[in-house]
Write a protein that binds this ligand. Sequence first.
Ligand code: PLP
Length: 541
Amino acid sequence: MVSENADDKSLDKYEKDLAKLGNFEVASCLVKLAEKNSTNSPVLNAGRGNPNWIQTVSRLAFCRLVEFGVQESRRTINGKDLAGYTEKEGMAKRLRSFLSDSPADLFLSKALDYGEVNLGFNGDEFAAELVNGVLGNDYPMPSRVLNCTQTVINHYLASILYAGHDVKKLIDTTQLFPTEGATAAIAYIFNSLKENHLIAPGDKIILNTPIFSPYMAIPQLNDYRLKTIDLKSIESDHWQLKAEAVEALNDSEVKALILVNPSNPGSVALSTPTLEALKDAVKKNPHLMVITDDVYSTFASEFRSVYNVIPYNTLLVYSYSKLYGVTGWRLGVLGINESNVFDELIANLPKRQKEEVDKRYAHDSMDPENMKFIDRIVADSRSIGLYHTAGLSTPQQIMEDLFSLAHLVNIAQGDKDYYIKEACDLVDARYASLNKALGIEDFNNSRNTKYYSLVDVYAIAEKHYGKEFSSWLATHFDRLDFLYKLASRYGVVLMDGVGFGSNRGIVRVSEANLPDAAYPQIGEKVRKLLKDYFEQWKEEK
Ligand SMILES: *Cc1c(COP(=O)(O)O)cnc(C)c1O
């Protein structure tokens, strides 16, 4: 690496090398620069979206289930550190009498009631799935998703994503595959789309940038070589899809549309007119495959998923990472409707391709022709040969249950989930204090998650120092100069908007990962750096 001194002559080269890296890799380099910043300022890394809070009660409940599970296991074999299998018969009753009146235990007992009363589970079946799941004493079975778990997660997704539309129908018809975070879901989806010839090199897919950068990077890889068409939503439209953009979907050569909703980094959920426009778009292009990544849904107070609007065409991706502060656990899920375009497209593949894929999945199914796309994703995720040991680890699946159940129990008691409100209030306050320090207005709208801000540095420059200065700033420096100096002088790490498909001069601030007090400071330091540039401009003039 070249010198990291801001005034070094090799700075240009360093910034050019930096610009070749992926977005998240650039941020890692900026963190290193920030650690040695020239003003000895505290490092404020608002680059990553990792939250700095956790949900407590489900974690504690998980531990209690482990304790109970060990006690249960000793009923069959009671060695020193060795115990046997659990027995299902009577387990719910024994679990209930094990529970005390601590908050975690009270939650567990409400969750058991919820399962039996609201979800219609047999008490022992449900208790045994939870207890054996946390003990991890058996391979995930069925491999795609545990039985009660699918119902629990479906009720959770219905509550947070469907805005009251078609709830029962979709709960009954949505098939789920819990995965190692949304990260794994995304990787699995692209791979299985390719293996099943649903996407091929040269195919057109559409993205709505600015978007989570992996969605820009993956299609370009040699593995896929897709042609991406960028719909480019913009801030003045509040990141909605433009009419021309929706028009672009009306082309049978466009195979897939990839959405992040609410968007990252735009952070605003799609509006009702946009959802309606997408509904019309699939009428005109009925074989369009839509992938929607809804990981930020709970941060918008008004939200309806594209999956809810066009379930036949849509593959849903969700992650617990952000809301519950569980990025280390790796908890995601993908969902597809029983009746869906992916299966239809596979059934209609040309003969030669169909024979090829039938042969591939014959290893895992006696009736490969009718193997659902979602089950193909499970098989592909373990390279076909390891289908019998596929599936997300059972402790992870139960952790997903426990977060889902905490939400379901909360809304059964009041009409709002107070935990979701606490998390939203946290990011909202940070968003407001950042904007105040930057001197920009809040966008207060029920669809704005406020999880990230996209800050237009040139616009702030123009507002405070005039247009001539801001044009100079925009044209005299490398793309990453501002972020480089912000890190190396003032210890503040932000992410470059260009990496997400935004215009130059736009930077992303995460409202998730720093203490509240950091946000006014970030605003001040951005302003300070702009002042430094302004001084330089005056001198050069
Ligand atoms: C954070 C994030 C993910 C990753 O989710 P994990 O479950 O932690 O893998 C996926 N998509 C978007 C849009 C994200 O912001």
